[in-house]
Design a binder for this molecule. Structure first.
Ligand code: CA
Ligand code: CA
Length: 587
């Protein structure tokens, strides 16, 4: 009898093993615990805290040199533009997004496509910085992604069929969507899909929104600019900021920018959503004296209500397009709950993530001109003569004094996410060394038209390199090592328990380097530029590494003199997955 019972159990087990891929539900527990579970990657950032660290170590310093491709898949078509997407993996299926608002499900064992969904884009979309997408989100039985015409699409994981579509906003008004949506638990509303908006160069007002994952129905909305009122359950909730016009003159707050275009992170320790906000609009800072809250800031939101729990402004009264959107990475040190962020403005900040209090900030790029330092109060100490001049003060009133400012508006770091290793206690920041000639011009707001009031040309700071991967000690801000790269770095970083740091270059290499020294241990030419972050996970006992290759993004479009130096790089669109040959892995 005993043996029969055992047989029955065994046959059920065998059946479930054969029935792959399983398309299991992705629960809130899966999402909150993502950093610890090595057999899947169900969040952007490999965990809500976005450390991009995997404890996996079967690929390590000793054997990474043996890494070889397991498979590659082309994103095909005539739509080979910048590929900035981080893949997700669950139960043997990989979900990736591509240029022009496309999404795929792929069998991770073979690299074969299971389904593809191409979003039908209308004429007249207004993406500022290439037709990119940075990845999808998994929740329940669905996979969700945003589109260049500012829609949010929920698809069935198994079939790729649309479950629901919601309009975030009117693309004709300058709105678009490129970030990976964030999934956040809520006691009152169940799993929420949290998104921002793109369009900060068009005078839109940034906001953060939460929708019910199951239906896409809006739960709350939180504008990022002081004076605007949020919504909760279909009713007005609270105003952003203390008082209308407290840090904005006149009516400029009404078209004040602060786009939340890079999405956010969720820290389950503090139950806070961290979002970054972009430049105030227009770029000409003389039109809007004051701090212009909460532009160029990091804000922490309550998942239940969307209320702002704390805000920290990196560039008050920004005059250089130093969007404060870069990711907030939660980490613990000396028993404190901290967060780090590497800003476009060239400073690397550490904050107390429970209350947003300033801890320290140090330059992570060289020769910064716009500020002398970040003061003890957490505010920049400006170099007054490095602020682009007021066109009103010029001879013909059409062009203010031009300055050469470092960093350029593409930033000491841009969309490419950094990584943190709890083993080395270092951050790995994909930085860029460049500056810009910039001047202000008169401008008036017109719906759907560029709202800058500035002219600019980017130039490299050094002759031999722009990109530099930097290992930074968050306790001191000291740069422990750095690897220079000729072209600007525009892909993200991954770090592992195997003592490795993976990152890609526009020249096309995916590299693995020693996390303690930066020494290159492995490199593979993917055939086109890498502007996306790599991931790693374990599949049937083997450690896999995946990155999407495909040159593009903001640099070739906005890079000024730098764009000329990268004009020879070829576009592409290919998912590459690597592993160790069984013989190497067994050693
Ligand atoms: Ca995981
Ligand atoms: Ca901007």
């Amino acid at each position: 009898m005993k043996s029969l019972k055992w047989l029955a159990t065994a046959s059920v087990l065998a059946l479930s093993v054969c029935a792959a891929p399983a398309f299991a539900d992705v629960s809130i527990e899966d999402i909150v615990n993502d950093a610890k579970t090595t057999n899947d990657v169900v969040t952007a950032g490999l965990g809500g805290q976005a450390q991009r660290y995997s404890p996996l170590k079967s690929v390590n310093k000793d054997n990474v040199g043996g890494l070889v491709p397991a498979w590659a898949m082309s994103l095909g078509g005539e739509k080979m533009r910048g590929q900035e997407s981080q893949p997700l993996v669950k139960d043997g299926v990989m979900y990736i997004t591509g240029s022009y608002s496309r999404i795929w499900a792929i069998d991770v064992k073979t690299g074969r496509e299971l389904w593809q969904y191409d979003h039908r884009l209308p004429e007249g979309i207004l993406p500022c910085c290439d037709v990119v997408n940075r990845g999808a989100a998994l929740v329940g039985k669905t996979v969700v992604f945003g589109t260049l015409d500012a829609k949010l699409v929920s698809l069935d994981q198994k079939t790729g069929k649309v479950v629901w579509t919601k309009e975030i906003d009117d693309f004709k008004g300058g709105y678009s969507y490129t970030a990976s949506p964030l999934i956040v638990p809520s006691k009152a509303h169940g799993p929420l899909i949290v998104t921002g908006v793109s369009g900060g160069e068009f005078g839109i007002v940034g906001r953060v929104e939460a929708r019910k994952a199951e239906t896409g129905d809006l739960v709350w909305s939180r504008p990022t600019i002081e004076g605007h009122v949020g919504t909760l359950n279909g009713k007005p909730s609270t105003m952003t900021g203390d008082k209308v016009n407290a840090s904005w003159p006149g009516d400029l707050w009404k078209t004040g920018g602060g786009a939340t275009w890079l999405g956010g992170t969720y820290d389950s320790d503090t139950n806070l959503i961290f979002m970054g906000t972009g430049n105030p609009a227009p770029w000409n800072s003389h039109m809007r004296p004051g701090d212009n809250k909460w532009s160029c800031s990091r804000i922490a939101l309550d998942p239940e209500t969307g209320d702002i729990k704390w805000g920290y402004q990196t560039t008050p009264n920004d005059g250089w397009d130093f969007d404060g959107v870069n990711e907030v990475v939660a980490f613990d040190a000396d028993g404190k709950k901290l967060a780090a962020t590497a800003d476009r403005n060239g400073f690397f900040y550490v904050l107390d993530r429970t209350n947003g209090k300033y801890v320290n900030a140090t330059p992570f790029v060289e020769k910064i001109t716009w500020a002398k330092e970040i003061g003890k109060d957490g505010r920049p100490v400006y170099n007054a003569d490095n602020r682009p001049g007021d066109p009103k003060g010029s001879k013909d009133g059409k062009k203010g004094t031009e300055v050469f400012a470092i960093p350029s508006f593409l930033g000491g770091k841009n969309q490419q996410p950094m990584a943190y290793s709890p083993d080395t206690k270092l951050f790995y920041v994909p930085a860029n060394e460049w500056g810009m000639n910039i001047h202000n011009e008169p401008v008036t707001y017109k719906k759907g038209a560029a709202y800058l009031g500035a002219g600019f040309t980017i130039k490299p700071t050094f002759e031999d390199h722009i990109g530099a991967l930097k290992a930074i000690d968050p306790a001191t801000g000291k740069i422990v090592w750095q690897n220079n790269n000729k072209a600007p770095l525009w892909g993200g970083v991954l770090t592992t328990g195997g003592g490795l740091v993976f990152y890609g270059t526009p020249e096309g290499e995916l590299k693995a380097v020693d996390d303690a020294t930066g020494k290159e241990l492995w490199s593979f030419n993917t055939g086109s530029g890498v502007v996306a972050p790599p991931i790693t996970w374990e599949q049937d006992g083997e450690q896999m590494v995946t990155v999407i290759s495909g040159w593009g993004g903001a640099v070739p479009l906005w890079g000024g003199e730098v764009a000329k130096t990268v004009a020879n790089l070829n576009q592409g669109g290919m998912v590459w997955t690597f592993k160790l040959p069984k013989k190497v892995a067994a050693k």
